[in-house]
Design a protein around this ligand. Structure first.
Ligand code: ACO
Length: 402
Protein backbone atom coordinates (compact mmCIF):
# COMPACT_ATOMS: atom_id res chain seq x y z
CA UNK A 1 0.00 0.00 0.00
CA UNK A 2 1.11 3.54 -0.70
CA UNK A 3 1.73 5.69 2.36
CA UNK A 4 -0.08 8.84 1.23
CA UNK A 5 1.42 10.94 4.03
CA UNK A 6 4.87 10.39 2.50
CA UNK A 7 3.62 11.75 -0.82
CA UNK A 8 2.23 14.88 0.76
CA UNK A 9 5.08 17.20 0.05
CA UNK A 10 6.22 15.69 -3.19
CA UNK A 11 5.64 17.76 -6.26
CA UNK A 12 4.73 16.25 -9.59
CA UNK A 13 2.38 13.61 -8.14
CA UNK A 14 -1.22 14.71 -8.63
CA UNK A 15 -4.27 12.47 -8.69
CA UNK A 16 -7.19 13.79 -10.68
CA UNK A 17 -10.65 12.92 -9.39
CA UNK A 18 -13.12 15.57 -10.51
CA UNK A 19 -15.96 15.82 -7.99
CA UNK A 20 -13.90 13.74 -5.48
CA UNK A 21 -15.89 10.64 -6.41
CA UNK A 22 -13.24 8.37 -4.97
CA UNK A 23 -10.87 10.57 -3.05
CA UNK A 24 -10.80 10.81 0.72
CA UNK A 25 -9.86 14.20 2.13
CA UNK A 26 -9.60 13.25 5.79
CA UNK A 27 -9.87 10.55 8.44
CA UNK A 28 -13.00 10.95 10.52
CA UNK A 29 -14.51 9.22 13.54
CA UNK A 30 -17.91 10.90 13.32
CA UNK A 31 -20.14 9.19 10.76
CA UNK A 32 -19.96 5.78 9.10
CA UNK A 33 -21.69 5.31 5.79
CA UNK A 34 -21.86 2.17 3.67
CA UNK A 35 -23.48 3.19 0.40
CA UNK A 36 -23.74 -0.35 -0.97
CA UNK A 37 -25.53 -1.76 2.05
CA UNK A 38 -27.45 1.39 3.01
CA UNK A 39 -25.91 1.72 6.48
CA UNK A 40 -25.59 5.03 8.32
CA UNK A 41 -24.21 5.34 11.85
CA UNK A 42 -23.32 8.35 13.99
CA UNK A 43 -20.36 7.54 16.25
CA UNK A 44 -21.22 3.85 15.88
CA UNK A 45 -24.94 4.10 16.64
CA UNK A 46 -27.36 3.12 13.82
CA UNK A 47 -29.44 6.01 12.54
CA UNK A 48 -32.61 3.94 12.95
CA UNK A 49 -32.07 3.64 16.71
CA UNK A 50 -31.10 7.27 17.21
CA UNK A 51 -34.13 8.51 15.22
CA UNK A 52 -36.41 6.33 17.32
CA UNK A 53 -34.99 6.84 20.79
CA UNK A 54 -33.04 10.11 20.99
CA UNK A 55 -33.79 13.80 20.94
CA UNK A 56 -32.06 16.04 18.42
CA UNK A 57 -29.99 17.73 21.09
CA UNK A 58 -28.81 14.37 22.44
CA UNK A 59 -27.64 13.49 18.93
CA UNK A 60 -25.97 16.89 18.58
CA UNK A 61 -24.03 16.16 21.79
CA UNK A 62 -23.09 12.72 20.47
CA UNK A 63 -21.79 14.08 17.17
CA UNK A 64 -19.88 16.97 18.71
CA UNK A 65 -18.43 15.33 21.83
CA UNK A 66 -18.23 11.72 20.69
CA UNK A 67 -20.46 9.98 23.26
CA UNK A 68 -24.14 9.93 24.11
CA UNK A 69 -24.63 12.21 27.13
CA UNK A 70 -25.60 10.98 30.58
CA UNK A 71 -28.80 12.55 31.96
CA UNK A 72 -26.68 15.10 33.90
CA UNK A 73 -24.54 15.95 30.89
CA UNK A 74 -27.63 16.45 28.76
CA UNK A 75 -29.17 18.72 31.38
CA UNK A 76 -25.99 20.80 31.59
CA UNK A 77 -25.74 20.99 27.79
CA UNK A 78 -29.36 22.07 27.47
CA UNK A 79 -28.83 24.65 30.23
CA UNK A 80 -25.75 26.09 28.51
CA UNK A 81 -27.61 26.29 25.21
CA UNK A 82 -30.61 28.03 26.75
CA UNK A 83 -28.29 30.69 28.24
CA UNK A 84 -27.15 31.69 24.75
CA UNK A 85 -30.32 31.61 22.67
CA UNK A 86 -30.68 35.39 22.49
CA UNK A 87 -29.01 37.13 19.60
CA UNK A 88 -27.68 40.67 19.84
CA UNK A 89 -30.50 43.22 19.36
CA UNK A 90 -28.50 44.97 16.64
CA UNK A 91 -28.75 41.81 14.53
CA UNK A 92 -32.37 42.84 13.91
CA UNK A 93 -31.12 45.64 11.66
CA UNK A 94 -29.82 43.00 9.27
CA UNK A 95 -33.28 41.46 9.08
CA UNK A 96 -34.73 44.88 8.30
CA UNK A 97 -32.36 45.24 5.36
CA UNK A 98 -33.51 42.14 3.48
CA UNK A 99 -36.39 42.39 1.01
CA UNK A 100 -39.28 40.44 2.59
CA UNK A 101 -39.37 37.91 -0.27
CA UNK A 102 -35.61 37.23 -0.36
CA UNK A 103 -34.68 33.56 -0.12
CA UNK A 104 -34.25 32.37 3.52
CA UNK A 105 -30.99 30.56 2.64
CA UNK A 106 -29.38 33.79 1.40
CA UNK A 107 -30.50 35.47 4.61
CA UNK A 108 -29.25 32.60 6.76
CA UNK A 109 -25.74 32.47 5.31
CA UNK A 110 -25.38 36.27 5.65
CA UNK A 111 -26.81 36.34 9.17
CA UNK A 112 -24.63 33.50 10.42
CA UNK A 113 -21.55 35.21 9.01
CA UNK A 114 -22.70 38.46 10.64
CA UNK A 115 -22.78 36.76 14.06
CA UNK A 116 -18.96 36.84 14.01
CA UNK A 117 -19.14 40.64 14.30
CA UNK A 118 -21.07 40.37 17.55
CA UNK A 119 -19.01 37.58 19.09
CA UNK A 120 -15.45 38.65 18.18
CA UNK A 121 -13.84 36.23 20.66
CA UNK A 122 -14.63 33.57 18.04
CA UNK A 123 -12.13 35.21 15.67
CA UNK A 124 -9.08 33.97 17.64
CA UNK A 125 -7.43 31.38 15.35
CA UNK A 126 -6.32 29.20 18.24
CA UNK A 127 -8.90 29.06 20.97
CA UNK A 128 -8.53 27.21 24.27
CA UNK A 129 -10.79 24.18 24.72
CA UNK A 130 -13.15 26.28 26.84
CA UNK A 131 -13.26 29.12 24.29
CA UNK A 132 -13.83 26.65 21.47
CA UNK A 133 -16.66 25.11 23.44
CA UNK A 134 -18.26 28.48 24.05
CA UNK A 135 -18.13 29.23 20.31
CA UNK A 136 -19.81 25.89 19.62
CA UNK A 137 -22.57 26.49 22.18
CA UNK A 138 -23.25 29.98 20.87
CA UNK A 139 -23.35 28.80 17.27
CA UNK A 140 -25.86 26.06 18.08
CA UNK A 141 -28.00 28.18 20.40
CA UNK A 142 -28.28 31.22 18.16
CA UNK A 143 -28.96 29.31 14.95
CA UNK A 144 -32.44 28.23 16.10
CA UNK A 145 -33.31 31.84 16.98
CA UNK A 146 -32.01 33.18 13.66
CA UNK A 147 -33.90 30.53 11.67
CA UNK A 148 -37.19 31.23 13.43
CA UNK A 149 -36.72 35.00 13.04
CA UNK A 150 -36.18 34.56 9.29
CA UNK A 151 -39.55 32.84 9.18
CA UNK A 152 -41.23 35.59 11.20
CA UNK A 153 -39.69 38.20 8.90
CA UNK A 154 -41.14 36.42 5.84
CA UNK A 155 -44.61 36.79 7.39
CA UNK A 156 -44.03 40.38 8.42
CA UNK A 157 -44.65 39.34 12.04
CA UNK A 158 -42.75 40.54 15.10
CA UNK A 159 -40.04 38.18 16.29
CA UNK A 160 -40.61 35.99 19.34
CA UNK A 161 -37.87 35.83 21.96
CA UNK A 162 -36.69 32.44 23.20
CA UNK A 163 -37.98 31.07 26.48
CA UNK A 164 -35.47 29.18 28.53
CA UNK A 165 -38.05 26.85 30.04
CA UNK A 166 -38.24 25.02 26.69
CA UNK A 167 -35.83 22.48 25.29
CA UNK A 168 -34.01 23.32 22.05
CA UNK A 169 -36.52 21.95 19.55
CA UNK A 170 -39.61 23.13 21.46
CA UNK A 171 -38.07 26.58 21.79
CA UNK A 172 -37.43 26.68 18.07
CA UNK A 173 -41.03 25.71 17.30
CA UNK A 174 -42.30 28.21 19.87
CA UNK A 175 -40.29 31.06 18.31
CA UNK A 176 -41.47 29.97 14.85
CA UNK A 177 -45.15 29.34 15.42
CA UNK A 178 -45.73 31.25 18.66
CA UNK A 179 -47.55 34.58 18.82
CA UNK A 180 -46.86 37.53 21.05
CA UNK A 181 -50.52 37.92 21.77
CA UNK A 182 -51.49 34.52 23.07
CA UNK A 183 -50.12 31.39 24.71
CA UNK A 184 -49.42 28.58 22.29
CA UNK A 185 -49.09 24.92 22.98
CA UNK A 186 -46.86 23.06 20.60
CA UNK A 187 -48.34 19.72 19.64
CA UNK A 188 -46.09 16.87 20.94
CA UNK A 189 -46.58 15.15 17.56
CA UNK A 190 -44.97 18.16 15.89
CA UNK A 191 -42.11 18.27 18.43
CA UNK A 192 -41.46 14.58 17.88
CA UNK A 193 -41.53 14.89 14.08
CA UNK A 194 -39.17 17.86 14.15
CA UNK A 195 -36.71 15.98 16.37
CA UNK A 196 -36.73 13.04 13.97
CA UNK A 197 -36.21 15.16 10.86
CA UNK A 198 -33.35 17.10 12.44
CA UNK A 199 -31.68 13.86 13.61
CA UNK A 200 -31.89 12.32 10.12
CA UNK A 201 -30.14 15.38 8.67
CA UNK A 202 -27.59 15.86 11.46
CA UNK A 203 -24.50 14.54 9.66
CA UNK A 204 -23.55 12.74 6.49
CA UNK A 205 -19.76 12.57 6.48
CA UNK A 206 -17.85 14.39 3.72
CA UNK A 207 -20.77 15.73 1.69
CA UNK A 208 -20.51 19.01 -0.24
CA UNK A 209 -21.42 21.28 2.68
CA UNK A 210 -19.41 19.44 5.38
CA UNK A 211 -16.35 19.42 3.13
CA UNK A 212 -16.87 23.14 2.57
CA UNK A 213 -17.04 23.78 6.32
CA UNK A 214 -13.81 21.80 6.81
CA UNK A 215 -11.94 23.46 3.97
CA UNK A 216 -12.96 26.97 5.04
CA UNK A 217 -12.15 26.18 8.67
CA UNK A 218 -8.77 24.78 7.66
CA UNK A 219 -7.56 28.33 6.96
CA UNK A 220 -8.35 29.05 10.65
CA UNK A 221 -11.55 30.91 9.76
CA UNK A 222 -13.94 31.29 12.67
CA UNK A 223 -16.91 29.02 13.29
CA UNK A 224 -19.50 31.48 11.94
CA UNK A 225 -17.64 32.03 8.66
CA UNK A 226 -17.11 28.28 8.24
CA UNK A 227 -20.76 27.41 8.93
CA UNK A 228 -21.94 30.26 6.70
CA UNK A 229 -19.92 28.74 3.84
CA UNK A 230 -21.52 25.35 4.56
CA UNK A 231 -24.96 26.96 4.34
CA UNK A 232 -24.10 28.37 0.91
CA UNK A 233 -22.96 24.93 -0.25
CA UNK A 234 -26.16 23.37 1.05
CA UNK A 235 -28.37 25.82 -0.80
CA UNK A 236 -27.92 24.27 -4.26
CA UNK A 237 -30.71 22.00 -5.59
CA UNK A 238 -28.24 19.14 -6.09
CA UNK A 239 -27.62 19.16 -2.32
CA UNK A 240 -29.91 20.55 0.41
CA UNK A 241 -31.98 22.62 -1.99
CA UNK A 242 -33.42 19.32 -3.23
CA UNK A 243 -36.10 19.29 -0.51
CA UNK A 244 -37.63 22.49 -1.86
CA UNK A 245 -37.17 21.29 -5.45
CA UNK A 246 -38.99 18.01 -4.66
CA UNK A 247 -42.16 19.69 -3.43
CA UNK A 248 -42.12 22.14 -6.32
CA UNK A 249 -41.77 19.19 -8.70
CA UNK A 250 -44.58 17.22 -7.03
CA UNK A 251 -46.84 20.28 -7.14
CA UNK A 252 -46.10 20.71 -10.84
CA UNK A 253 -46.93 17.05 -11.50
CA UNK A 254 -50.16 17.45 -9.56
CA UNK A 255 -51.16 20.57 -11.52
CA UNK A 256 -50.25 18.75 -14.72
CA UNK A 257 -52.85 16.06 -13.95
CA UNK A 258 -50.68 13.65 -11.95
CA UNK A 259 -49.33 11.70 -14.92
CA UNK A 260 -46.20 10.22 -13.28
CA UNK A 261 -45.23 8.20 -16.38
CA UNK A 262 -44.86 11.39 -18.37
CA UNK A 263 -42.50 12.90 -15.80
CA UNK A 264 -40.47 9.73 -15.49
CA UNK A 265 -40.03 9.78 -19.27
CA UNK A 266 -38.84 13.39 -19.03
CA UNK A 267 -36.27 12.42 -16.37
CA UNK A 268 -34.94 9.65 -18.61
CA UNK A 269 -34.71 11.87 -21.71
CA UNK A 270 -31.06 12.87 -22.09
CA UNK A 271 -32.09 15.91 -24.16
CA UNK A 272 -34.20 17.19 -21.29
CA UNK A 273 -32.36 18.74 -18.33
CA UNK A 274 -35.14 17.66 -15.95
CA UNK A 275 -34.08 15.27 -13.17
CA UNK A 276 -36.35 13.49 -10.77
CA UNK A 277 -35.62 15.57 -7.70
CA UNK A 278 -35.12 13.54 -4.52
CA UNK A 279 -33.78 10.58 -6.51
CA UNK A 280 -30.20 9.42 -6.60
CA UNK A 281 -27.28 9.89 -4.28
CA UNK A 282 -23.55 10.13 -4.74
CA UNK A 283 -22.83 7.46 -2.14
CA UNK A 284 -26.00 5.40 -1.60
CA UNK A 285 -26.19 2.96 -4.48
CA UNK A 286 -28.67 0.61 -2.89
CA UNK A 287 -31.04 2.66 -0.76
CA UNK A 288 -30.86 5.65 1.55
CA UNK A 289 -31.65 4.36 5.07
CA UNK A 290 -32.91 7.82 6.01
CA UNK A 291 -35.48 7.65 3.21
CA UNK A 292 -36.99 4.49 4.72
CA UNK A 293 -37.34 6.09 8.15
CA UNK A 294 -38.74 9.29 6.73
CA UNK A 295 -41.26 7.57 4.48
CA UNK A 296 -42.73 5.80 7.47
CA UNK A 297 -42.58 8.95 9.61
CA UNK A 298 -44.39 10.81 6.83
CA UNK A 299 -47.28 8.33 6.87
CA UNK A 300 -47.49 8.42 10.68
CA UNK A 301 -47.32 12.20 11.01
CA UNK A 302 -49.87 12.93 8.31
CA UNK A 303 -52.21 10.43 9.90
CA UNK A 304 -51.71 11.83 13.41
CA UNK A 305 -52.23 15.39 12.21
CA UNK A 306 -55.23 14.28 10.15
CA UNK A 307 -53.77 15.66 6.92
CA UNK A 308 -54.59 14.18 3.54
CA UNK A 309 -51.93 15.49 1.16
CA UNK A 310 -52.49 14.60 -2.48
CA UNK A 311 -48.83 15.23 -3.15
CA UNK A 312 -47.90 12.28 -0.91
CA UNK A 313 -49.87 9.98 -3.17
CA UNK A 314 -48.04 11.34 -6.23
CA UNK A 315 -44.70 10.84 -4.46
CA UNK A 316 -45.54 7.22 -3.65
CA UNK A 317 -46.67 6.54 -7.20
CA UNK A 318 -43.54 8.13 -8.62
CA UNK A 319 -41.36 6.01 -6.34
CA UNK A 320 -43.23 2.84 -7.25
CA UNK A 321 -42.94 3.46 -11.00
CA UNK A 322 -39.30 4.58 -10.88
CA UNK A 323 -38.15 1.62 -8.80
CA UNK A 324 -39.37 -0.76 -11.50
CA UNK A 325 -37.94 1.21 -14.41
CA UNK A 326 -34.65 -0.16 -15.85
CA UNK A 327 -33.26 3.40 -16.25
CA UNK A 328 -33.41 3.98 -12.49
CA UNK A 329 -32.55 0.39 -11.56
CA UNK A 330 -29.41 0.26 -13.74
CA UNK A 331 -28.18 3.61 -12.45
CA UNK A 332 -29.06 2.66 -8.87
CA UNK A 333 -31.25 5.70 -8.39
CA UNK A 334 -33.38 5.44 -5.25
CA UNK A 335 -35.34 8.05 -3.29
CA UNK A 336 -33.07 9.98 -0.95
CA UNK A 337 -33.87 11.57 2.42
CA UNK A 338 -35.31 14.65 0.78
CA UNK A 339 -37.90 12.87 -1.29
CA UNK A 340 -40.27 12.79 1.69
CA UNK A 341 -38.91 15.44 4.10
CA UNK A 342 -40.65 18.33 2.32
CA UNK A 343 -44.03 16.64 2.67
CA UNK A 344 -43.53 16.47 6.43
CA UNK A 345 -42.25 20.05 6.69
CA UNK A 346 -45.31 21.18 4.77
CA UNK A 347 -47.61 19.22 7.08
CA UNK A 348 -45.95 20.92 10.06
CA UNK A 349 -46.82 24.30 8.56
CA UNK A 350 -43.55 25.47 6.99
CA UNK A 351 -43.57 27.24 3.61
CA UNK A 352 -41.54 25.64 0.81
CA UNK A 353 -38.67 28.11 0.79
CA UNK A 354 -37.97 27.39 4.48
CA UNK A 355 -37.24 23.68 3.85
CA UNK A 356 -33.54 24.04 3.10
CA UNK A 357 -33.09 26.30 6.11
CA UNK A 358 -34.54 23.50 8.25
CA UNK A 359 -32.06 21.11 6.69
CA UNK A 360 -29.30 23.55 7.72
CA UNK A 361 -30.62 23.63 11.29
CA UNK A 362 -30.45 19.84 11.38
CA UNK A 363 -27.04 19.63 9.71
CA UNK A 364 -25.48 22.18 12.07
CA UNK A 365 -24.23 19.69 14.72
CA UNK A 366 -22.56 17.70 11.92
CA UNK A 367 -20.82 20.78 10.55
CA UNK A 368 -19.70 21.73 14.04
CA UNK A 369 -18.43 18.20 14.76
CA UNK A 370 -16.52 18.17 11.45
CA UNK A 371 -15.06 21.63 12.11
CA UNK A 372 -14.00 20.63 15.65
CA UNK A 373 -12.48 17.35 14.49
CA UNK A 374 -10.55 19.13 11.74
CA UNK A 375 -9.14 21.57 14.30
CA UNK A 376 -8.34 18.87 16.88
CA UNK A 377 -6.55 16.82 14.22
CA UNK A 378 -4.55 19.94 13.31
CA UNK A 379 -5.27 19.30 9.67
CA UNK A 380 -3.30 21.37 7.16
CA UNK A 381 -5.01 24.00 5.05
CA UNK A 382 -7.16 22.38 2.35
CA UNK A 383 -5.68 23.15 -1.00
CA UNK A 384 -6.49 20.85 -3.94
CA UNK A 385 -4.18 20.59 -6.93
CA UNK A 386 -5.18 20.72 -10.59
CA UNK A 387 -4.09 19.57 -14.01
CA UNK A 388 -3.53 22.71 -16.01
CA UNK A 389 -5.01 22.43 -19.52
CA UNK A 390 -4.82 26.06 -20.66
CA UNK A 391 -2.43 27.73 -23.09
CA UNK A 392 1.23 27.31 -22.22
CA UNK A 393 2.62 30.44 -23.77
CA UNK A 394 1.02 33.38 -25.53
CA UNK A 395 2.49 36.54 -26.93
CA UNK A 396 0.99 39.70 -25.39
CA UNK A 397 -0.79 41.88 -27.97
CA UNK A 398 -1.36 45.49 -27.18
CA UNK A 399 -5.09 46.39 -26.76
CA UNK A 400 -5.12 48.61 -29.86
CA UNK A 401 -4.00 45.67 -32.00
CA UNK A 402 -6.33 42.91 -30.65
N1 ACO B 1 -33.10 11.81 -12.36
C1 ACO B 1 -32.73 11.30 -13.57
N2 ACO B 1 -31.51 10.84 -13.84
C2 ACO B 1 -30.58 10.90 -12.87
C3 ACO B 1 -30.87 11.41 -11.59
C4 ACO B 1 -32.18 11.87 -11.35
N3 ACO B 1 -32.54 12.36 -10.17
N4 ACO B 1 -29.77 11.34 -10.81
C5 ACO B 1 -28.81 10.82 -11.58
N5 ACO B 1 -29.29 10.54 -12.82
C6 ACO B 1 -28.56 9.90 -13.91
C7 ACO B 1 -27.60 10.86 -14.58
O1 ACO B 1 -28.22 11.54 -15.66
C8 ACO B 1 -26.53 9.91 -15.03
O2 ACO B 1 -26.99 9.23 -16.17
P1 ACO B 1 -25.96 8.78 -17.36
O3 ACO B 1 -25.03 7.80 -16.71
O4 ACO B 1 -26.83 8.21 -18.41
O5 ACO B 1 -25.26 10.06 -17.79
C9 ACO B 1 -26.45 8.88 -13.92
O6 ACO B 1 -27.77 8.86 -13.34
C10 ACO B 1 -25.42 9.20 -12.82
O7 ACO B 1 -25.69 10.51 -12.35
P2 ACO B 1 -24.56 11.50 -11.78
O8 ACO B 1 -25.09 12.90 -11.87
O9 ACO B 1 -23.26 11.20 -12.43
O10 ACO B 1 -24.47 11.03 -10.27
P3 ACO B 1 -23.78 11.84 -9.11
O11 ACO B 1 -23.37 10.85 -8.10
O12 ACO B 1 -22.76 12.79 -9.64
O13 ACO B 1 -24.98 12.76 -8.56
C11 ACO B 1 -26.91 13.50 -7.39
C12 ACO B 1 -25.76 12.48 -7.46
C13 ACO B 1 -26.36 14.92 -7.53
C14 ACO B 1 -27.60 13.39 -6.04
C15 ACO B 1 -27.92 13.19 -8.54
O14 ACO B 1 -28.43 11.88 -8.39
C16 ACO B 1 -29.06 14.19 -8.63
O15 ACO B 1 -28.91 15.25 -9.29
N6 ACO B 1 -30.23 13.91 -7.96
C17 ACO B 1 -31.34 14.84 -7.94
C18 ACO B 1 -31.08 15.93 -6.93
C19 ACO B 1 -31.19 15.43 -5.49
O16 ACO B 1 -32.15 14.78 -5.13
N7 ACO B 1 -30.22 15.85 -4.68
C20 ACO B 1 -30.21 15.51 -3.25
C21 ACO B 1 -29.07 14.61 -2.92
S1 ACO B 1 -29.20 14.05 -1.25
C22 ACO B 1 -28.78 15.35 -0.29
O17 ACO B 1 -28.04 16.23 -0.60
C23 ACO B 1 -29.43 15.36 1.01
Amino acid sequence: AIDISKLRDQTGYVTLDIGYKNTGATKSAITFLDGEQGILKYRGYPIEELAEKSSFIEVAYLLIYGELPTADQLKAFQYELSRHTLVHEDMKKFFDGFPSKSHPMGQLSSLVSALSAFYPESLKPSQTTEELNQSIIKMLAKMATVVSWIYKKSLGHPVIYPQNKYDYVTNFLYMTFGQRTEEVTIDPVVIDAMNKLLILHADHEQNCSASTVRIVGSSDSNIYASVSAGISALWGPLHGGANQAVIEMLEKIKEDGGDTDKWIAKAKDKNDPFRLMGFGHRVYKNFDPRARIIKKACDDILEKLGINDEVLEIAKKLEEVALKDPYFVERKLYPNVDFYSGIIYRALGFPTDMFTVLFALGRLPGWIAQWKEMKENKEPIGRPRQIYVGATSKEYVDIAKR
